[in-house]
Design a protein around this ligand. Structure first.
Ligand code: ARG
Length: 255
């Protein structure tokens, strides 16, 4: 009985080990890479719940194209934006793609690919209450937790005195603004666009800043070989028109 048990245990172990290897190399079948994202960021990544529960968007299309080129199957895991890099460090996801900007702070714990898309940040308020950054004085400003917009707001606080409040999901920010619980929110233009066309009482101003400050790149664990592989395909996509095609499809215009 003891012997049977130990054989059983041993074979379970083998299966376990094989299972673990399957992630990277499983004899002919595609290698799976798990992408961590925060699917609250239309048109980068979101769920169109009227149609399906699939996560779709610009990032998803770019990731799939890269995956196809390199022979990876891409699986997507959704979580709050603020937990993405930690989940990657804990090996819960293989890479992070979430319209994420490669800041100096984030670069301490992750390697980033080249920037694949550049956007701008907006200050959005009801009925155009905020006409310039200085109008934020004494007001409450909402941002997504852990986003560069949060960092941006902290920067702006150095010259203009206002209060920052953070929420984990973008739709919550718009709810708070509509309900008047915050006076303004800071959101990227591409993501805000969809809300601004629907919620016509909301008006926006652009925050003057350098283009690289709001660009998106893909994050990998430090030292990953995939960073260079992905960069090659990103370069190719910029050259062969694929990036432009996807930009038009999801953002409705060229950069
Ligand atoms: N670009 C900003 C950043 O890196 C915001 C990204 C938010 N992404 C998301 N999927 N919610 O902080």
């Amino acid at each position: 009985m003891k012997k049977v048990l130990s054989i059983l245990l041993a074979s379970l172990l083998v299966i376990g080990v094989l299972g673990a290897c399957a992630k990277k190399e499983d004899g002919g079948k595609k290698k799976v890479l798990t992408m961590g994202t925060s699917a609250d960021y239309k048109p980068y990544e979101y769920v169109d719940s009227a149609k399906s529960d699939q996560i779709i968007g610009f990032d998803v299309d770019v990731a799939k194209y890269i995956g196809k080129e390199l022979g990876y199957e891409i699986k997507i895991t959704d979580m709050d934006f603020n937990g993405l890099l930690t989940a990657m460090e804990a090996k819960k996801v293989d890479f992070v793609m979430a319209g994420m900007t490669p800041t100096e702070k984030r670069k301490k714990n992750a390697d980033f690919t080249d920037i694949y898309f550049v956007a701008k940040n907006l200050v959005i308020s009801k009925n155009g209450a905020i006409q310039k950054v200085e109008d934020l004085k004494g007001k409450t400003v909402g941002v997504q937790t852990g986003s560069i917009q949060e960092g941006k707001a902290k920067d702006m606080q150095k010259t203009t005195d206002f209060k920052i409040t953070d929420r984990s999901r973008i739709p919550e920010l718009f709810e708070e603004l509509k309900a008047g619980r915050v006076d303004a929110i800071i959101v990227e233009d591409t993501v805000a666009k969809g809300y601004l066309t629907k919620l016509t009482e909301l008006k926006s101003i652009e925050i003057p800043e350098a283009a690289e400050e709001a660009g998106s790149a893909i994050a990998f664990p430090k030292g990953s070989k995939e960073t260079a592989e992905f960069n090659k395909v990103i370069k190719k996509m910029k050259e062969n028109g694929e990036m432009e095609k996807l930009t038009k499809k999801w953002f409705g215009g060229e950069q």
